[in-house]
Every structure is written in C-alpha cells, then in structure tokens.
Design a protein around this ligand. Structure first.
Ligand SMILES: *Cc1c(COP(=O)(O)O)cnc(C)c1O
Length: 347
C-alpha cells in the first residue's frame, strides 16, 4: 500500500517498536470461528504492549518540538507510564511520571520497571481511576518544569491524543497486509479499550482504507475496561476523525469519513470498576495461557479476551471466520501484588 505510506511518511516518528508484530494462529472458538492473536504484547520497548506504537508518534512530535523530557500520567501499575519510561531511557530523555497512590515500600510489576528505567515518579496519593485529579497534577507539573526551562513534552493519560492514535491507524494497515498475505477472512478485530486511543486509531485506519476503496474491511469490536471510555469519553468517532486530519485531509471531510456506526464498544466486561478483577477475566487469562501460552493481565487484556469469548459463546461467529484479538500487553502487572489468585492445574 504505497500510496498510503506517502500519506504518513512526512509525520515525525521515532522508531521504538519492533514491527510488524507477529500474527499467531490460535484455537477454534466456542460456537465457531478461529482465534488469531496479534502480538502487540511483543512490541519490544520496555517489555512491550500497545503504548510503544503510540509513543513512536508522540516522541516523534516531542523531538520535533525540541523537547528534552517527557511527562505523563497513569495508575500506579500503568503500562503506559512504564513504556514511556523505557522510551526516555532509550533516547536519553528525562521522564516524569504522575501516578496514583503513594510511594510503595517495595516496588512491584510496572512500578519496579519505572524505577529501573530511571523515571522520576510523582505520587499523587489518589485512587487509580481518579484520572481528572492526575491530569491536573500533570498540567501543573508541566507548567513548573517549563518555568524551570526544561522544555518538557506532556502526554495525556494513555497517550490517547490524535498523534498517539496514529500508531494504531498504522497497526490497522499492518494487520490488513498480514491478513492478505495469509489469505485470512477476518470479520472482526477485537481490542481492549481504556483511554480510547487504540480503538480510535484502528477506527481511523479502517476509515482511511474504506475511503481508498478497499474492501472487505474487518469491523472493530472494543471491550471497555474503564468507566470513562464506556461512558463515551473520549468520543471515539471524534478522536478517529482528528487522527485522520493529521494525514492532511480537511477536518470537515474527516468528520464524514467516520460515523457512529463504526464504533462498537462493549462495556459489560469491566466489572465493578477499572482495575478491579472479574471472574470472567480471570477465566479468560487461564484460557489464554492454557490454549496458546499467551500472558494476559487482570486490568486490561484479560477483560478484553473475556469480552471476545463472551461474544463467541453468544454465537457471533457461528458462520466461522478468522477472529483477531489484539493482545495489547500488560503482563508486568501480573507480577504485582494481587496479580493473580491461586489456580488449579490444567488438563
Ligand atoms: C493502555 C492499555 C490498553 C488500552 O489502550 P487505550 O488506548 O488506553 O484504550 C489495553 N491494554 C493494555 C495492556 C494497556 O496497557
């Protein structure tokens, strides 16, 4: 897709991820369809995950703006913070992380890695899903560092800006190339959604290929794991349209390229709240581990796969087809306290 590459070639990008990620054949799904797993847990940077693709464009923009350091924000076990810390370490940029909770006595999981990568961690003390409070502290810290002449580049929660979402616009194109090469017939791509940028980027990629006359185009099913995205914040269609404007299309034209019908978000798998484990996600984690050796987590990808298995059991793919799960990563959180309950042996 050469014509496409010309559209995004001029955008500032810093290579950070090992791409393309593998597409693995999995088992048959309950009631029809075959599972395939897009291994975005293997993007490489700082133990990988979906944030590496977003950071290629976010860090590209930071460098283009002459930034010397990165600031971002997230829950204590944020994968986004961990991968941002790794990007800073790889590029010799300082990293400030604004995070929920208090300084742990003994760092575990992602926080251990944040420290290992040398990030400066600013503890806000609030619960993990108080995003508004965390964002305010990020903004004030950004202003403070600017006043000190540090030239920081400040990244909102999850890196879910139009620039960050570009990473997943390209991931959609990458997947279509892989499906073509292997002759797959993909009705649906399933992805876990929290701050919305991954979902919006995939929707933008699909809209772009549709505008170029390509078909068939797999639909996107997002499984929401945080209250914000389930309640419509951010507006995924709007974020997807803003992402398309970065490719040089007129904003008014972009709004017509994406419609609300392109957005499907299943909010039934979050459970009580963001980060609170569910029996369905725990079951999906075990299912993924014992059916393909995949390592999922309780906050994100386990709930996402639970949503996929739920749709399969409801007969969504009873006519067959190659159903793709985008494995967005998150496994370091398994090694933090509360990472997994005791398990029975399999087989
Ligand atoms: C951040 C994250 C997601 C969700 O991506 P968003 O773009 O924030 O919606 C899914 N899975 C994992 C493991 C993540 O770290």
């Amino acid at each position: 897709m050469r014509q496409l590459a010309e559209l995004y070639a001029p955008l500032p990008r810093t290579r950070l991820a090992a791409l393309p990620t593998p597409l693995e054949r999995g088992p048959e799904l309950p009631k029809g369809g075959r599972l395939w797993v897009k291994r975005d847990d293997l993007t490489g940077l700082g133990l990988g995950g979906n944030k590496a693709r977003k950071l290629e464009f976010l860090v590209g923009a930071a460098k283009a703006a002459g930034a010397k350091s990165l600031i971002t924000v997230g829950a204590a076990q944020s994968n986004h913070c961990r991968v941002t810390a790794a990007a800073g370490a790889a590029l010799g940029m300082g990293v400030h992380l604004v995070t929920s909770g208090v300084k742990p006595v003994r760092a575990e999981g992602n926080q251990l890695l944040d420290q290992l990568f040398g990030a400066q961690i600013h503890y806000v003390g609030c619960p993990p899903s108080h995003w508004g409070e965390l964002e305010i502290v990020r903004e004030s810290l950004t202003a403070e560092l600017e006043a000190q002449g540090e030239a920081p580049y400040s990244i909102p929660i999850g890196g879910s800006t139009p620039i960050g979402a570009l990473g997943y616009l390209l991931a959609y194109v990458e997947m279509i190339d892989q499906f073509d090469a292997r002759g797959l017939d993909v009705p649906t791509i399933v992805v876990t959604s929290s701050s919305g940028g991954t979902h919006a980027g995939l929707v933008a990629g699909r809209a772009l290929l549709r505008a170029m006359g390509r078909k068939p185009l797999p639909e996107i099913l997002a499984v929401g794991v945080s209250q914000g995205v389930i309640n419509g914040s951010p507006d995924i269609a709007e974020l997807a349209a803003q992402t398309l404007t970065l490719l040089g299309y007129e904003p008014r034209h972009c709004e017509t390229m994406v419609s609300d019908r392109d957005i499907e978000l299943d909010g039934r798998w979050m459970g009580e709240a963001y980060g609170v484990p569910t029996p369905e996600a725990d079951e999906a984690i075990v299912w993924g581990a014992r059916n393909g050796g995949w390592v999922l987590d309780r906050v994100y990808s386990g709930k996402g796969l639970a949503g996929l298995l739920g749709a399969a059991r409801a007969g969504r793919w009873r006519d067959g087809g190659d159903v793709v799960f985008v494995h967005t990563g998150g496994h370091p959180a398994l090694f933090a306290s509360g990472g997994m309950p005791p398990l029975d042996p399999g087989h």
